[in-house]
Write a protein that binds this ligand. Structure first.
Ligand code: GDP
Length: 431
């Protein structure tokens, strides 16, 4: 279930609003896995959507002070919640503290719904409207005390809740990511950077078994399991000097992963070893992101040359998102995180049979398969045989040219995305 954090200054009415949302039913108090015990969460439901509501109101109203409270609430919202219900007091207007919270919340990239509380009658609506100045979108006037506007507020909240529950409750366990590449391209540096900029989860997470060589890191709203990080941390690979073992290790990591980040040293020529790793990932059918690291070391000339190398050698992997990064300086690491998510999504995509056949119909009408030996092979019907990676089975009246199959794949990508994922098409002639 998605987690909603209720955030706001003391006395804006967070707890009253939580009670209003929960209705008269006795709230079931439970722990959210991975969250310490003094944080109180409740099961809530609206329009058939279930979610967990976390009241941050009880925290740190003591000596630790406002700044600490803001930091803690925001930190929680960023690390664990899927959405934030930000409560302000419409009768007071926005305060400096509100602004401070907003600044931190924005960085979390979580969906935020603003509740302008204490609007007990129509006259208060104008005051609520001034809350637009928070820059968080439409403020929803509500009276937690009397219930006025709470239905509309909940509708808005349900709208922004992510479909797939993020982080701690993914049923299939966290997404598995392998950082691969030849020695010294900066894999360990990248892992350190990712763990530092995000939340490294140390304790075990319910429903997942994590290999001790792996590491859990929450990136954005999603929990990721980084594969074989012990190998990166302890520098096992170079110690032995056996390329065979390094290669075996890479191969195993790729097989265990869903998404592979292939790190290439942008300051040096692309080598055969780099290309072998790209091929390994593609042949394993994994999602892929290519990170050109050490960008800080490249000059104009090197970059121009790199573009030529990429065009010549890496063109076949143009489906994989490319990010130029500096693990050392932190450049574009956020872009890389986005790309990992995109690739994982593309890898898991399912297209309905109806949509697929509508697409195939349009395609065949506009660009039919060339006539071969007096016959024109046609597509009878298509279906997505499976995902991870997306694989389509096309039932046809004869064999298809490889060139035409590549054309179909290109068009599938244009219409449906799949960025970062291999796409397979199998032709099944019905003789
Ligand atoms: P690994 O063998 O792939 O894990 O590579 P390391 O992470 O150990 O990095 C190898 C060397 O490259 C180290 O000296 C790092 O400090 C350096 N390095 C890694 N990333 C960058 C980067 O983005 N810029 C620069 N200038 N150096 C980097």
């Amino acid at each position: 279930k998605p987690v909603v954090a209720v955030v706001g200054r003391p006395n804006v009415g967070k707890s009253t609003l939580v009670n209003r949302i929960l209705g008269r039913r006795a709230a079931v108090v439970q722990d959210v896995p991975g969250v310490t015990r003094d944080r109180v969460s409740y099961d809530a439901e609206w329009s058939g959507r279930q979610f967990v509501l976390v009241d941050t109101g009880g925290w740190a109203s003591d000596a630790s002070g406002m700044a600490a409270m803001i930091a803690e609430q925001a930190e929680f919202a960023i690390s664990t919640a899927d959405a934030v219900l930000f409560v302000v007091d419409a009768t007071v207007g926005t305060t400096d503290e509100d602004e401070a919270v907003v600044q931190v919340l924005r960085q979390s990239r979580k969906p935020i719904v603003v509740a302008a509380n204490k609007v007990d009658d129509a006259r208060g609506e104008a005051e609520a409207a001034t809350m637009w100045n928070l820059g968080l979108g439409e403020p929803h006037p509500v009276s937690a005390m009397h219930g006025r506007g709470s239905g509309d507020l909940l509708d808005a909240l349900i709208d922004v809740l992510p479909e797939r529950p993020a982080s701690y409750e993914t049923t299939g366990g966290p997404r598995r990511v392998a950082i691969v590449g030849k020695p010294n391209v900066g894999k360990s540096s990248l892992l350190n950077r990712l763990a530092r900029q995000n939340r490294a989860v140390v304790s075990d997470v319910s429903g997942t078994t994590v290999d001790p060589v792996d590491e859990l890191v929450t990136v954005g709203s999603t929990l990721y399991q980084f594969i074989d990080t012990a190998g990166l941390r302890k520098r096992v690979k170079e110690a032995s000097g056996h390329e065979y073992y390094a290669s075996l290790r890479t191969q195993t990591a790729i097989e265990r992963a869903e998404v592979c980040v292939v790190v290439i040293d942008a300051s040096e020529s692309i080598s055969d070893q780099d290309l072998r790793i790209l091929t390994m990932v593609e042949e394993a059918g994994r999602a892929m992101v290519i990170a050109y690291n050490k960008w800080d070391l490249t000059d104009e000339e090197r970059r121009r040359y790199l573009e030529r190398e990429i065009e010549r050698d890496v063109q076949a992997y143009a489906w994989a998102p490319r990010v130029n990064i500096s693990a050392l300086k932190g450049r574009n690491v956020d872009k890389l995180e986005k790309a990992i998510e995109t690739a994982a999504d593309g890898w898991e995509t399912r297209i309905s049979t109806g949509k697929l056949n509508a697409f195939l119909g349009r395609l065949a009408a506009a660009h039919p398969h060339p006539v071969r030996g007096g016959k024109q092979p046609r597509i009878l019907f298509g279906t997505q045989a499976h995902n991870c990676p997306p694989t389509f089975a096309l039932f046809t009246t004869g064999m298809f040219d490889q060139g035409y199959v590549r054309f179909i794949i290109r068009r599938l990508r244009e219409d449906f995305g799949f960025a970062g994922s291999p796409v397979h098409v199998e032709i099944r002639p019905r003789e």
